[in-house]
Design a binder for this molecule. Structure first.
Ligand code: UDX
Length: 447
């Protein structure tokens, strides 16, 4: 089985497409956006992600990857379709499934023109029940019979931005939610072929029902988001006590093998296209079903608080007001390695600064300036280097933990910022002993 269609050419879709193409599969990437078709077929990437651009070029040149407009060519020429379309948030935080429904219907409309069995796999993150109650009837709407004409699976993805290719090629488990055994067998065979039996010895394939697989993704992202808000709550408590440092506490806690050290990095909180959206979506889902998820509500409110908190720290260091101050923002992207500004903590930090009456905000980020300009326009200033950003600032807020910032010395801050200015480390990348000795230094999780 070597022919795959990927429905949706966003982050998950395109990364999956090029990974299948790299392993020699014949891949059709389907979109409704002609510009994207042209971009991909020219061997270019529509967005920045490590390793993606050269892999698209190679896949297109080898003839393994073709972007196509609409669903027909993609579905007709493949045996498996992976549904990777966007699931945006509604204003109340709940998930909007309109693209899932319409794309499933479009796949269904093509299937009567095919005479072989076709497997439809939902890869987008969807609330439990979506695959069975929305995708299945939408594919069936054109007269297709499940079990005969098509099969159905839900397989959540666990890709991190910045490491998406690595994560696709090196998963720690594969979760297959299957409508029936035949669907699951076809998908398992695909991955046995893709990863090889040796790799799969250490990467279990978990087969379960569709709803459990849908829920695995939410369980996963909610737990990671909870770890972050948990350590941020601990960090805020650490700030009450002289001499306690949350980074030491997190190290001590994380070495318990039942916990592990990952995602215990305190700071301005989580952003990105997944954690905020997924936690909000499952909270809204639970409430629609009359359950109040108080832990997840708290995870979200702690996360909101962290962005305000870093501004409060600066305010208190500058004598109780930020009015008239120049504030430098180091880092805008929601995390290093990407230009993605979706739900980036920097947006909340900057909005809190506006609320405090700050009019002089200067921002620097190695990749995300263009995307930030789309949000704030000329309400803040953008510069091309750390030095320009710090020049004359009364406070510097470190918001994204780029390697470039980790390499900075206290001298760079001292030489460029105003006298009596403060550096607030919102990602805990600086050694407080080294920085605290030479300049006014504050950090989340440290009094
Ligand atoms: C996440 C999940 O890791 C991935 O499995 C899922 O499929 C999509 O969502 P991603 O959003 O790319 O991936 O980024 P991730 O590296 O998980 O970081 C998310 C946010 O949490 C970032 O804003 C990051 O700065 C923040 N974070 C992460 C912390 O604040 N502290 C930490 O210790 C780790």
């Amino acid at each position: 089985m070597k022919r795959i269609s990927i429905i949706g050419t966003g982050f998950v879709g395109l990364v999956s497409a090029i990974c299948f193409a790299k392993k020699g599969y014949e891949v059709y990437a389907s979109t409704h956006d002609q510009t994207k078709v042209d971009t991909i077929n020219q061997g270019l990437s529509p967005f920045y992600e490590k390793d993606v651009a050269p892999m698209i070029k190679e896949a297109v040149e080898k003839g393994n990857l073709k972007a196509v407009l609409g669903r027909e060519e993609a579905v007709l020429n493949s045996d498996i379709s992976m549904l990777c379309v966007g699931t945006p948030s509604r204003p109340d935080g709940s998930i909007d499934l309109k693209y899932i429904e319409s794309s499933a219907r479009e796949i269904g409309e093509v299937l009567p023109k095919k005479d072989s069995y076709h497997l439809v796999i939902v890869r987008s993150t969807v609330v439990p029940g979506t695959t069975r109650n929305i995708v299945k009837p939408a594919v069936e709407a054109s007269g297709n019979k499940i079990g005969e004409d098509f099969g159905l699976c839900m397989q959540p993805e666990f890709l991190r931005e910045g490491d998406a290719i690595y994560d696709t090629l090196n998963p720690d488990r594969i979760v297959i939610g299957e409508y029936d055994k035949k669907s699951g067998d076809v998908l398992e065979d695909l991955y046995i072929d893709f990863y090889g039996k040796d790799y799969l010895e250490n990467c279990p394939i978990l087969r379960m029902n569709i709803e459990s697989a849908e829920m695995v993704k939410y369980g996963n992202n909610c737990l990671l988001a909870t770890k972050i808000s948990f350590i941020n709550e601990i960090a805020n408590i650490c700030e009450i006590i002289e001499g306690v440092d949350v980074t030491e506490v997190a190290k001590g806690v994380g070495l318990d093998f039942r916990i592990n050290p990952m995602f215990l990095g305190a700071g301005v909180g989580f952003g990105g296209s997944c954690f905020p959206k997924d936690v909000n979506a499952i909270v809204a889902f639970a409430k629609e079903h009359d359950y109040k998820p108080s832990l997840l509500d708290a995870v979200l409110s702690i996360n909101l608080y962290q962005a305000k908190h870093i501004v409060e720290i600066a305010k208190s260091e500058l004598g109780g007001t930020l009015k008239g101050s120049r504030i430098a923002i180091l880092g805008l992207a929601f995390k290093p390695g990407t230009d993605d500004m979706r739900e980036a903590p920097s947006i909340k930090v900057i909005n809190h600064l506006f609320e405090e009456g700050v009019t002089d905000i200067i921002a620097y980020d190695p990749y995300a300036i263009e995307n930030t300009e789309k949000i704030f326009g000329d309400k803040i200033k953008y510069v091309n280097s750390v030095e320009e950003c710090l020049k004359g600032a009364n406070a510097a807020l470190l918001v994204t933990d780029w390697d470039e910032f980790k390499a900075l010395t206290p001298e760079i801050f001292i030489e460029n910022m105003q006298k009596d200015s403060v550096l607030v480390d919102g990602r805990r990348i600086y050694d407080p002993k080294v920085f605290g000795e030479k300049l006014k230094f504050k950090a989340i999780g440290l009094k």
